[in-house]
Write a protein that binds this ligand. Sequence first.
Ligand code: 2DT
Ligand code: MG
Length: 210
Amino acid sequence: MSYPGRGALVVLEGCDKAGKTTQAKLLYENMIKAGIPTNYMCFPDRTTKIGKLIDDYLKCNNDIEDHAIHLLFSANRWENVPKMKELLHRGTTLVIDRYAYSGVAFSSAKKNFSLDWCKQCDIGLPKPDLVLFFDLNMHNAVQRPTYGQERYENQTFQEKVRRNFLLLQDESFKVIDANRPIEVVYEDAKNSVLRAIQESRFKPLQELWV
Ligand code: 2DT
Ligand code: MG
């Protein structure tokens, strides 16, 4: 099957344990099965040198000053931009588990960090064609396994993060009720992704927050 035009940039966002990774993998696997060229990526990309610093930070093996870690998360996206653009322009749709919205929502939940300051370093990244925001009740999130093992995984912080995500809503944002069964959430997500692929194929890739 040949796919003229570019691939879509699809981002999955949400608080911890909202089911993003499960949904991203389901989307990826089923789109491949359907013959749609697709790649799965995630941020932080813990495989690079910068990613390894971030991984240690999240596991509380190191301490990095709050502004500095924010910039490292952003640098970890920028270092992947050439690869992302190449894939998109070759017609591959990217399903990405977290992106700049997480960068801003998490850092700006810290004391003395404004949304505006946090956005600056991600301005100009490739703009997602679709942002699926998986919205889960905090009560349900804390019940899910392995909650509370990494930095930021506590309820008070996650509630601030959720509010910040909602402040970042733009025209590419779609809120998905993640309290429903996996298959129902998936149907909803899949339909939005297929629509985004159709609609963005012949549109130029845009820049984020410009
Ligand atoms: P995962 O549990 O999805 O691996 O995320 N984070 C993520 C930030 O603080 N800034 C960012 O720019 C990104 C992409 C969210 C690990 C944690 O890292 C946080 C949760
Ligand atoms: Mg996590």
